[in-house]
Design a binder for this molecule. Structure first.
Ligand SMILES: NC(=O)c1ccc[n+]([C@@H]2O[C@H](COP(=O)([O-])OP(=O)(O)OC[C@H]3O[C@@H](n4cnc5c(N)ncnc54)[C@H](O)[C@@H]3O)[C@@H](O)[C@H]2O)c1
Ligand SMILES: O=C(O)C(=O)C[C@@H](O)[C@H](O)[C@H](O)COP(=O)(O)O
Ligand SMILES: [Zn+2]
Length: 323
């Protein structure tokens, strides 16, 4: 078995996992990555692949991705590439990974030019999400995970959105029943969307709500300055604003979203970024067609569509929600 984790998760939870794995009697080769989004890159991918080659991994090896979305995306990408594809299991240890990144088979690394520009669709054979692992997750990271939970309301389930408005204080307290409900509903929605369109030929793009703006913020400000969930929170506010200005969506979407994000401990005003750089990064988004940027917009809470919008209008929405 090929265990992949990072320098933060391993000391906290590695011994417990290794004790479980020892019961199988199979040898475990562990690779420990440095922590952080800045390491979701070529160098880490290369080191991991070469480590497996040195360790004598073969096509029967199974990869275990034990960590947050960075470990999951990178280990999944390496699993897709090594010997043209190894089986892999996701063991997500952050809220974000349990509600989003461990499900659906998107794997990849970042380039300086943009987020997740290299990667592959490679489904895990299993996802093992133990909410007990979240006990050690820092507050800021927990809130970042809540951004992706909140995302599922506007795109697919207005009742879930209303439920979250009431449940957010208990969720932030990590009340186990409330947390289990939020993780379950998030995974149900994601699995249904991915089940309908695994390779993002159409409807899967709705899972990208807030990401056209959010990914531009992550890359433009430098990977790691904003957490992915924080960038998505800011991106959702901008996309909600664009929904209002471009589609005439009820402005209550913007105010309700902002209020919920604030209670979830998330930012709602972005650091300022050069508009030309912002537009250039958004043009490089994977949903763009011939340089035309397409955004996931919300005509009404619970519905989403992929829509092109004028650059000036998109940048005005950025400016309206930046410092
Ligand atoms: N593949 C997908 O569908 C998908 C979906 C959403 C996000 N993503 C990607 O996921 C990444 C973000 O994932 P993330 O938010 O999990 O970030 P992350 O992987 O960087 O983890 C966040 C932090 O929490 C630490 N950590 C992890 N588990 C812990 C635990 N149990 N206790 C204490 N600390 C712990 C990590 O070491 C890290 O410092 C981004 O790269 C994003 O692009 C991918
Ligand atoms: O699973 C998906 O599809 C998503 O879009 C989920 C997103 O939360 C996630 O951040 C994903 O990695 C973004 O995908 P990308 O194709 O825009 O890189
Ligand atoms: Zn995301």
């Amino acid at each position: 078995m090929l265990l992949v984790s990072n320098e933060t998760v391993m000391p906290l939870h590695g011994a417990a996992l290794k004790a479980e794995l020892a019961l199988s009697g199979r040898p475990v080769d562990s690779f420990v990555l440095p922590d952080g989004e800045a390491h979701k890159n070529w160098q880490s991918l290369q080191s991991l692949l070469e480590f497996w080659a040195e360790a004598g991994a073969d096509r029967h090896s199974v990869v275990l991705a034990f960590g947050g979305g960075v470990v999951g995306d990178l280990a999944g990408c390496a699993a897709a590439l090594f010997m043209r594809g190894l089986r892999f299991i996701q063991i997500p240890t952050t809220l974000l990974a349990q509600v989003d990144s461990s499900v659906g088979g998107k794997t990849g690394i970042n380039l300086p030019q943009g987020k997740n520009l290299v990667g592959s669709f490679h489904q895990p054979i299993a996802v093992w999400a133990d909410q007990g692992l979240l006990r050690t997750l820092p507050e800021r990271e927990f809130s970042a995970g809540l951004a992706e939970v909140i995302k599922y309301g506007p795109i697919a389930d207005s009742e879930f959105f209303s439920w979250l408005e009431g449940a957010m204080p208990a969720l932030r307290q990590r009340d186990s029943e409330t947390l289990a409900l939020a993780v379950r509903r998030s995974c149900e929605i994601k699995a249904a969307v991915v089940g309908a369109d695994e390779r993002e030929g159409g409807v899967r793009a709705i899972l990208n709500f807030g990401h056209t703006f959010g990914h531009a913020l992550e890359a433009g400000l430098g990977y790691g300055r904003l957490l992915h969930g924080e960038a998505v929170a800011l991106g959702m506010v901008m996309a909600a604003e664009l929904s209002h200005r471009h589609l005439g969506t009820d402005p209550a979407l913007v105010s309700r979203l902002q209020a919920l994000l604030r209670v979830a401990g998330l930012p709602i005003r972005a650091p300022r970024m050069d508009p030309a750089l912002f537009m250039q990064l958004m043009r490089g988004d994977k949903k763009s067609v011939s340089g035309m940027v397409r955004y996931v917009l919300i005509p009404a809470i619970g519905q989403a569509e992929l829509v092109a919008a004028p650059d000036e209008m998109a940048l005005a929405c950025v400016a309206a929600h930046s410092e």
